[in-house]
Design a protein around this ligand. Structure first.
Ligand code: MSP
Length: 500
């Protein structure tokens, strides 16, 4: 079984912000979890570098678009690294191989007769690079996302005959209820289709920053088709010695934000059908991180929380944990540094970190660092019964927040277990040593299982704990709560999440 997951690719008109970080982190949680089940995972992220969003920003700065793209793509790459994101490839749509493959696929669409030349007249948002249809336009001809005034466009373009895919898209949606997730987004996409599909621009005549149309080189492809194709083209050249398209196409999951639903759930499957390529299995649509003012975080609105602030103060696990835990995946959520601090202190440090430290310290103090060979306590074992299966089922539906919640219930349960059994009391009573060994063995197993399950969320802390236990195996097959005897004594463990 293979599993191919992608983020949207980010515009390089500016520096990365928390919204980009959020998407990279949440997608990484799923990718890391899937690798724990089956190693044949491919995880793609990257940058979207053509079209007005980048050309206009470059013009305003007085630099060439390529220069702006190079500078900002480097920052996105760096962000992904700092976030501990485990992508297998980073695509840039200015990669030569990408452009060549875009031309190949769209030439096929043209050869298959799904294009025509025509006059486009309508409203266009240069920030979204989106031709808006009637019901997407705010009063005063404004963009519903950026609130800027739309531009009246009148130009001769190549069109993609989207209207011819009305029936096939309806069929796709009827047959695959989980094509778009969650359900509210499925309904939204379905309503867009049901309102009647119109042909859309495939090329731009006045824009030069893009991939040339091979059958009419005075045009470049409309940036969205160039961009969407990244998911497919990347597999064609990510590995010099292997064409990964046979192995990984179609994608299992595209993870995207709600502002780009129409492109991914309507235009994209139609384009693939026109090119006779299989369509992805699922598009999961997450919500927006909102600024303190409750509005979309965006440079133009000036309400962006810098991820560096959380990273510098609390570290990468804290940012990953906070965003996934506080914002139910699929919904919007307002975020800020105070919330991040609270989650760090009360949960990462006081609950998981403390459980880990106490467990290791007690094994060292009361049993010379050896995890006792005693049977684990059925009471705690029962609490973990079925947990791995629950997590698997939730993450199959991209429910990463709900899965984290289930795991965290057991972190709390294990902490209560420490209080109830009070190993420090048992240690004072020689007659209670059998019980002490059982409690220590159970706690060692609990923190091991918890760390394996938490590792997609907090890879740094989980790895430190598993290292101290001498049990680095991350596979979910080995994550059932059982009795485990480890060869070497546990190592000293510095606080996973120290007080700041
Ligand atoms: N370049 C297009 C995507 C092309 S995919 C073939 C684009 N770029 S973007 O930089 O504007 O956004 C990249 C992703 O980040 C999108 O999925 C978008 O929804 C997401 N986010 C941008 N701001 C966001 C928040 N404030 N919160 C959560 N995610 C948001 O769109």
């Amino acid at each position: 079984m293979t599993f191919y997951i992608t983020t949207a690719i980010s515009y390089v008109n500016g520096a990365p912000h928390l919204g980009h970080a959020y998407e990279a982190i949440t997608t990484d949680v799923i990718a890391r979890h899937m690798r724990q089940r089956d190693p044949d995972v491919f995880f793609l992220t990257g940058t979207d570098e053509h079209g007005e969003p980048v050309a206009d920003a470059a013009r305003d700065l007085g630099v060439e678009p390529q220069q702006l793209a190079d500078e900002n793509a480097a920052r996105f790459r760096e962000m992904v690294r700092e976030l501990n994101v485990s992508n297998d490839f980073f695509i840039r749509t200015t990669d030569e191989e990408h452009g060549r493959l875009v031309q190949q696929v769209l030439q096929r669409v043209h050869d298959n007769g799904y294009t025509h030349k025509g006059l486009y007249e309508g409203w266009y948002c240069p920030r979204c690079a989106d031709f808006k249809v009637e019901n997407e336009i705010l009063d005063g001809n404004r963009c519903p996302i950026h609130f800027i005034e739309l531009i009246r466009e009148l130009e001769e373009n190549w069109f993609f005959e989207l209207s011819r895919f009305q029936d096939r898209l309806e069929q796709l949606f009827d047959d695959h209820r989980s094509f778009v997730m969650p359900l509210a987004r499925y309904n939204e996409a379905r309503a867009f289709i049901d309102s009647g599909l119109q042909d859309i621009s495939l090329s731009r005549a006045r824009m030069h920053w893009g991939v040339p149309v091979p059958w009419d080189p005075s045009h470049v492809f409309y940036v969205w088709f160039d961009a969407l194709l990244n998911y497919y083209t990347a597999l064609g050249y990510a590995r010099p010695d292997e064409d990964l398209r046979d192995r990984f196409w179609p994608a299992t999951f595209h993870i995207i934000g709600k502002d780009i639903l129409k492109f991914h759930t309507v235009f994209w499957p139609a384009m693939l059908m026109a090119a006779e390529l299989p369509v992805p299995e699922h598009v999961f649509v997450h919500g927006f991180l909102l600024g303190a003012d409750g509005r979309k975080m965006s440079k133009s609105l000036g309400n962006v929380l810098d991820p560096a602030d959380v990273l510098d103060s609390y570290g990468v696990d804290a940012l990953r944990y906070y965003l996934v835990r506080d914002v139910p995946f699929g919904s919007d959520g307002a975020v800020g540094i105070d919330g991040a601090r609270a989650r760090y202190e009360s949960e990462l440090a006081n609950e998981y970190g403390n459980l880990a430290s106490r467990t290791i310290a007690m094994i060292r103090r009361y049993n010379d660092g050896r995890i006792p060979g005693a049977d684990t306590d059925p009471e705690l074992r029962d609490e973990f019964e079925g947990l791995v299966g629950e997590v698997i089922e939730l993450i199959d539906a991209a429910e990463i927040t709900a899965a984290l919640d289930r795991i965290w219930q057991r972190v709390r349960r294990a902490n209560r277990y420490v209080e109830e059994r009070a190993p420090w009391q048992l240690a004072k009573d020689p007659k209670a040593h059998g019980e002490l060994h059982r409690v220590l063995a159970s706690l060692a197993e609990a923190v091991r299982v918890l760390s394996v399950l938490l590792s997609p969320y907090v890879p740094e802390g989980a790895a430190k704990l598993l290292d101290a236990l001498g049990s680095p195996d991350l596979s979910l097959a080995g994550a059932e709560f059982a009795q485990r005897t480890l060869a070497r004594p546990v190592a000293e463990l510095a606080p996973l999440y120290p007080k700041r």
